[in-house]
Each structure stands twice: as C-alpha cells, then as structure tokens.
Design a protein around this ligand. Sequence first.
Ligand SMILES: *Cc1c(COP(=O)(O)O)cnc(C)c1O
Length: 473
Amino acid sequence: MMQRSLDPENWEDFRKDAHSMLDDIIGYIERVAERPVWQPIPEEIRARFREPLPQEPESLGSVHERFMNEILPHSVGNVHPGFMGWVHGGGTPVGMLAEMLAAGLNANLGGRDQIPLEVERQVLSWTRQLFGFPDSASGIFVTGTSMANFISILAARFSILGEEARMHGIGGRKLAAYASSSAHVSISRALDFAGIGSDALRKVPVNRDFEMDVDALRHAIEADRREGFTPFFVAATAGTVDTGAIDPLPEIAEIASGEGVWFHVDGACGALGMLSPEISPKLSGIELADSIAFDFHKWGQVPYDAGFVLVKDGELHRQAFASGASYLSRGRALSAGSPWPCDFGPDLSRGFRALKAWFTIRVHGSRKIGQSIAHTCELARHLVQRIEESDRLELLAPCPLNIVCFRYRCNNPDPVNLEIVARLQETGIAAPSTARIEGKLAIRAAIVNHRTRIEDIDRMVDAVLSIGKNIHE
Ligand SMILES: *Cc1c(COP(=O)(O)O)cnc(C)c1O
C-alpha cells in the first residue's frame, strides 16, 4: 500500500532537514544586521513565483533551499535594525520558536475545553492588569488593530442599537463617529464594514502637536445632535501613525462619558507603552476606555500577526457577537468552558497566537520589554538631536514617542526627500518611509524594532545628508 498520510516517510531524514531549517533561520536573525535592510527584487526571481500548480513531490530540502535563496533575501526587512518604515515590529527568536510549537500542536482556538484557551485567557488577564481594566473585561487575539478596531465598532454599535441592529442592520439610523484627522484609516474602513458607512466618521481637527482638538470634538458632537445624528463612537489614538501623537485621553473620556458615547482607544503601537514606567504616564486615561485595540506585533515584538482587542464590558462584548444556537449547545467534556473566543469576534477557527505572546512575555519579562520600548523612544530623541544639530535637516513634527518626521532642506524639497527615501531603501542602508506633514513630504522614521541601535540611527542620518548633498549639487 502506498502511504496516504502526509507525514514523513523517514522521520530521521525529516529531523535532519528540520534542524538545518532551524539553524538557517536562527542564523538569519543572528546576523541580519550584516545584510541590506531590503533589496530590489530581480525579475527572474519574481518570475519563479508564477509557476503552475506542482503535482509531483519535491524534497523538503530543495524547497527549503528555494526559501533561503529566493524568499528570505527579498522580504520587507523589518527584522533588520535599520528598518524604520511604517510601524513594523522586529519579532524575536523566542516568538519564532513559540510559533513553531503552536503550529505543531495545530491548535484551533475557536473554542472547546483546552489549556491553549487558558493561555489566551492568561494573556487577557495580563492585559487587564496592564490597562487597569476590571476582571469582567473581555478580549481576544485578532490579526491586528484593523480587526480590533472593527470589533470595537461592532460592540459600540450593539451598545447603542442592541440586538435589533444584529438582525436588521442599522436601517436609516443616522449614527456619527469621531476620530482625529490623524487617525488610522482602519477606523473609517471599520465603519464601512460595519454597515454604518465611512461617511459617518467626523475627522476632528488636531492641535499643533497633532493631538485631537477636544473643543472641536465637543462642537462636532453638538452639531451632529442638532442635525438629528446619534453620536455613538469616539476613537482616540494613542500613538498616531504619522507622528506618534497621543490624543488627550482623559478629556476625550470625559466628553464621551458625558455624551453617552463609546470611548475607544486605538493604541496599535502606543498602548504597550504601558509596559514602561517612563512612558505610561503619557497614556494616563487609557483605563477609562470602553475598548482598546493594540498590537503585540508592533512594540510588543511578538511575530506577526498578533493584534488584540480588549472590551471593558465583557458581557456586552459577548452579546454583540455570540450566536444563540451555538452558544446554548455548550456542555460537558470538550464542549465545556464557555464562553469561547468565537463568541467575541467574527472568527470561528483561530490559530494559537496567544502562545507566541505568552512565551515572549514569560521569557523576557514585561520589564525588559518595557525597557526596549523606552529605548526606541531614546533613539528617536537622539535622531531629533541629530536633526536639530544639522543646518541641512529640518524637524517637521514634535516627537512624543518613537516616530520622527524630518526632511532635507533644499529648494524643491518634496521630490528630493522622496528620492532620498527611495535611495536609502534601494541601497539597503536603512528603510524609513514617508509621510505628509501639513502638506510637506517628510522622511518618517518609526523606531519600533528592539534591535535598532544608535549606530543605525547615525548611519541613516549620515546617508540622508550625503544622498541629499549628492542630489542637490
Ligand atoms: C498599525 C496601526 C493600525 C493597523 O494595525 P494592523 O495591525 O496593521 O491592522 C491601526 N492604527 C494605528 C494607529 C496603527 O499604527
């Protein structure tokens, strides 16, 4: 009989291959700083990913070799200390190993009675402790903050419209939501997905520090009430993508509570600043939120993907998602332990994201993770200092956390700075991204990776100066 199982025919050979794969990927992380951050992808390599469906087997070793030669060198590079684009975490070797163990267990965390769910519940209880939430608060791992924002909006929709909206949609209800003009696009997309419509989002202006103008928020809510809208959701951002600004959380909380509006915090990057005693005071007021969305895969350094949503009223959260029939059929043995994560979000089958967060937090301890977070802010301040010391460079926004927006001074600065960023990426020296700050094109460096050192910052600044000079002369 032919073997029909997909397990290895020879476990000894498999073990050898497996160990060499592990060695290779550990070696990659260990020596990643010697590589270019990113490199342009040759057409012949891209073409190799357009092959037809393979019918015949290929050895594990040969597929691994393709990974090493074609995939590994051409990823985004966010493991590298010189990566400063967008907001990408660096991952850790510990998180990688946990991900491997989770895959071996092939756990499905939709529900059932299993210790993997207790691992997720333990991480939930750590997040409650971190954010000063009560034991009755609920939460689950999700792909990322985009999904966490979406779940929060659905919970807020339930809190205002109840079961009715779950069955019949929002009908002609005129709902209004609020976020600053610097809020992440995932908020407006979530309103779209929730059937409320992205037009329901009022983009509240920001002050000079790019924080939500709370008087403008008050006025926007009043104006909506006059027009017959029902304000139902306000999202403050703790660490905006462009500049790292933190909206005034206590003031927004007060307005929201006075108005009976759901108070959400998008803390994708910033919320885990709570792990650092230097940064947590800036996040004061986050404990007042009705829901918090954040990512372990950014400042938490847990490998992708590992977003999290925390909802203060756990019972309301469950009612906003649980489906009656399946919820009521729970019972004994494998059906015990209700409620389950599938009662708190759209996913039924779910991977064991909790394990890599649990390992990362246990092995490193929360203090050390907090120190690495604080260190990224110190590096950002060093970058600000380098900018302020140079008459060729100009800071374009305040830097409250770990994101620095600046540019090379010259005539015609937008195309020159765009060119500088492209050359930095193409030469593999560093990978910042760009942002528009009050209409000006900025080189934007988000220091998120725990591997980034002062040398990486200096190397980037030196390269900006020399590329700028080169283009300009
Ligand atoms: C990154 C980010 C998001 C989106 O999070 P994902 O994990 O990419 O889905 C939302 N809001 C802010 C402020 C972010 O920085």
